[in-house]
Design a protein around this ligand. Structure first.
Ligand SMILES: [Zn+2]
Length: 81
């Protein structure tokens, strides 16, 4: 779930005056207007908390990235793939 952060705007709105953050589903586009006062808001950064980045590399990806892949073949034994 990405966290969208919005820049404070110059209005006097209780939501966007100081900036705000929103949790929105990935499928939802970032807001372009403040949900309360409809002033245009600008997205600052998206902090992604999706598990994609925590997923381990696949063997092929690791090889492409220059890692040597070792498979554990027994007690204390590793075979280079
Ligand atoms: Zn507002």
């Amino acid at each position: 779930m990405p966290i969208y952060e919005y820049e404070p705007c110059s209005g006097d709105c209780r939501i966007c005056k100081k900036g705000f953050t929103l949790n929105r589903p990935l499928s939802a586009p970032p807001l372009e207007k403040c949900p309360l006062c409809r002033a245009p808001v600008r997205k600052l950064i998206s902090t992604f908390s999706t598990p994609t980045f925590l997923k381990p590399l696949s063997t092929a990806q690791a090889k492409n990235a220059g890692f040597k892949i070792y498979k554990k073949v027994g007690q204390g034994e590793y075979e280079r793939q």
